[in-house]
Design a protein around this ligand. Structure first.
Ligand code: BES
Ligand code: ZN
Length: 457
């Protein structure tokens, strides 16, 4: 291991330069005009896998963006890791809030700023470099077998991935899935994540009239869709922060007392959290702590609203239409399709007949949670301790990675989530960044992870 770690230390700066090239590709999966860039990022990922010494590297078509695959399977009798990550990124708006442009990666104070730095190109690259260090330093061999499976549609809900996993079970067969696509608990507090929330995402369109109208001539005679939309949204949650959709909580697995007690012991500073978020006061479902609200309770959120006149000055107008993007984060054992049915029924009930309602179901993903007392998690704990000088804590996360539950259901394989981002990484927001110390330690920890998992056979 010493040679591998030396190699990683020697090449520290080169890794950052290479990562910059990766981050410069605007592979925004949500925007059709970036399709060529998404493709370029897939090719770049494949080249990086080849450069690291992986074999059978290829793009595999899906009905959407290609999956990048590569493997090294020359350790018979040893375990096989399936490493999953994504090369697509989120949109960058509002662009004016970025200190430096999102696709011009810039290092400031030991952190690299760019869209995708933390989520997820930087963390994918970390594993590619860990494999490279082994293959370059250990006579072209790894202590175990590994398959890389890097997709390009995670940020748009991995809609084609369930079918892909189902139809490629043989190629994806493994003993354990390894994923680095989440933040660690806090700066200097590495963690292993054992639960993710699911998601159900929708667009609501309301139409009041054929076109916009003079608010003097017609105001008072017809319903205003912006107003109706506000009223409808206001009926989704009560004042205590509870979602009012009937049946919404039916399948929510209650938090165990053990888990609650464990989380109380985590070094979570609520005042600092609030201040860092710039929130005047925290708000969430009553009866639960902040960590419980984010990790173990479902939510209803408005992601965007659009209606009427929003330019400078004043315009006396009745908007013809109003639109909202809304989504619910789900927890075990809520199912996105069932929640979508419940939501649709309730929405239809609370929307008055004065407007035309159109509901579009967008993407979703199942929640995921695993028992974490297995040998792979323990191996990851030891590896993280080698890389970061500290044993990890165990946490859940509020975000979603749709395919993780599919891996469990379809491949019957446990996942180990070892992320090196930070809570203030600004994922999906302006000034997304990755701490380069964590990136570097993450490469070392990944190398140890392969070594530790190899030792389990
Ligand atoms: N890296 C995140 C998932 C994540 C975020 C895990 C925070 C843990 C904490 C991932 O890239 C992501 O953003 N996923 C989307 C999925 C959605 C589009 C279905 C998300 O959570 O919004
Ligand atoms: Zn993301």
């Amino acid at each position: 291991m010493n040679q591998v770690v030396d190699f990683i230390n020697v090449h520290r700066d080169r890794y950052v330069e290479e990562l910059k090239q990766y981050l410069a590709i605007p592979s925004i999966s949500a925007l059709p005009q970036h399709a060529p860039d998404v493709r370029r990022a897939a090719d770049w990922t494949a080249d990086a896998l080849r450069g690291a010494g992986l074999q059978n590297v290829r793009l595999i078509d899906t009905p959407g963006n290609p999956v990048v695959y590569g493997d090294w399977l020359n350790a018979p009798g040893k375990p096989t890791i399936l490493f999953y990550g994504h090369y697509d990124v989120q949109p960058v708006d509002p662009l004016n809030l970025w200190t430096t442009p999102p696709f011009e990666p810039t290092v400031r104070d030991g952190e690299i700023f760019a869209r995708g730095s933390a989520d997820d190109k930087g963390q994918v690259f970390m594993h590619i470099k860990a494999v490279e260090a082994f293959l370059k330093q250990q006579n072209g061999s790894l202590p175990l077998n590994i398959k890389f499976f890097i997709e390009g549609e995670e940020e748009v809900g991995s809609v084609h991935l369930d079918d892909f996993v189902r139809s490629h079970k043989q190629e994806l067969a493994a003993d354990v899935v390894v994923i680095s696509d989440s933040p660690m608990f806090d700066r200097g507090i590495p963690s292993i994540c054992y639960g993710l929330r699911g998601l159900a995402y929708f667009q609501i369109d309301l139409r009041g009239t054929r076109s916009d109208l003079h608010s003097g001539s017609f105001g008072g005679a017809v319903a205003n869709p912006a107003f109706v939309l506000s009223q409808v949204i206001a009926q989704m949650k009560d004042r205590a922060g509870r979602v009012k959709i009937p049946g919404f909580y039916d399948d929510v697995r209650p938090l165990s007392e053990d888990e609650r007690a464990e989380w109380k012991r985590l070094p979570f500073n609520e005042t600092r959290y609030r201040k860092e978020l710039g929130a005047p006061k925290l708000f969430g479902e009553s009866g639960y702590s902040t960590l419980e609200r984010v990790w173990a309770r479902p939510t209803f959120e408005v992601n965007g609203l659009l209606s009427g006149f929003t330019g400078d000055g004043a315009k006396t107008v009745l908007p013809a239409v109003a639109m909202a993007k809304v989504s619910m984060r789900l927890v075990p054992d809520q199912l996105p399709d069932k929640i979508a049915d419940l939501f649709e029924a309730y929405l239809k009930k609370v929307t008055p007949k004065t407007v035309e309602l159109k509901l579009t179901r967008m993407h979703g993903g199942k929640p995921w949670m695993t028992a974490f007392d297995n040998k792979y998690v323990r191996a990851a704990g030891r590896a993280i301790e080698q890389g970061f000088g500290k044993a990890p804590v165990f946490n859940r996360e509020g975000g979603s990675i749709p395919v993780v539950s599919t891996f469990q259901e379809e491949l019957g394989v446990p996942s180990v989530l070892f992320g090196v981002g930070l809570p203030d990484e600004n994922a999906h927001a302006p000034d997304e960044k990755l701490d380069l110390g964590n990136f570097h330690n993450g490469i070392i920890a990944s190398a140890y992870l392969y070594q530790e998992i190899a030792g389990l056979a």
